[in-house]
Design a protein around this ligand. Sequence first.
Ligand code: CO
Length: 405
Amino acid sequence: MSSDRTRRGWIKYGAALGGLFTGCSTEPHEQSEDEGINKLGKGVGLYGERSPEQKVARLLGTNKHPEASSSTTPLDSTMGIVTPAALHFERHHAGVPALSEKDHELLLHGLVDTPLVFSIADLKRLPSASQTYFLECAGNGGREWSEKVAVDVQSGFGLASCSEWTGVKLSTLLQEAGLKAGAQWFIAEGGDTCKMHRSLPIEKGLKDVLLAYGQNGEALRPEQGYPLRLIVPGWEGNVSVKWLRQIKVVAEPLASREETSKYTDMMPDGKARQYTFAMEAKSVITNPSGGHKLTKRGYVEISGLAWTGKGRIERVEVTTDGGKRWQQAKLQEPRLPMAFTRFRFDFHWSGEEATIASRAVDESGYVQPAREELLAVRGGNSHYHFNGVKLWRIAADGKVTHVEA
Ligand code: CO
């Protein structure tokens, strides 16, 4: 292609986009020959690499023991609704065990007619299902409960990710084993050294729980539970037990450490809520957000993510004046139940200070509360299940920061 043709092509393209780029140059970038267009490129390879400019990475938590820490997804650098598996958040309690698919087995026992043991090959022979679901740690956004609210999306909201998971429905296995009378709960136990285990209602297990061996088209990554993990759609991430090795069907929940001292919600009257599983409707503007800087006045797309453990996102509203007026954002289709929903909103930044935020409404009619509304009900003792509205302030110089509580 001659550079003249390239130039005409670009100018035509620029004109078609019209007013969006007022103030932007439509001059084409001059391609010089030593940029490589006339050189033969690299050949095929066995496994892909990311582009050389890509610097996005998980942010490591501050726990001095990395085996009992977390890492967060850079939600403001991911696109659409899928989180690359390599950027999916982590929360481990005893490190990532080195397991092999060949040796791994799942035991299904307890209140069943026939106890069963499955190899991964056994599970892969069964009818499979692929579903896109978000996973969110119960502690995601926990900093928002205090006055030291999060300064950016990754540190404040990055304990949430979204993947297409492939595996076998737990209901398939439970039907195969046969449930005995009184089977009301099941305990899922992981193969890490702390044997992470959680009690879950059998009703949920029969409804939509997946035993996943695949994530975004390939095998689970070791830090995501390879070779087998539970995926409990819409519920706090801790119950989606990784490195799954055992399911025991029982009559009553266990009230284990993770169900008493942890993962409970202390209310203002001093009583704790237990087995609060579902993650409620939540959203956050990811672009622009804390730590970003707007460099040009005029058109800026506001974009973010919304999700709910109670089905589909029905609507997302955006404010650009600190909450006086809320307007409807465009939602990316299809809207999948218990998956991230991407929202987009056209914004013209005048160069003046603006306070922006989003709020999600799910198909149950539930409206994401303001932080103050949430605090009024839940009090100041909570660590988990924060889902209040998050405000970002765009200063006159374009710098975007969190808004002090
Ligand atoms: Co909970």
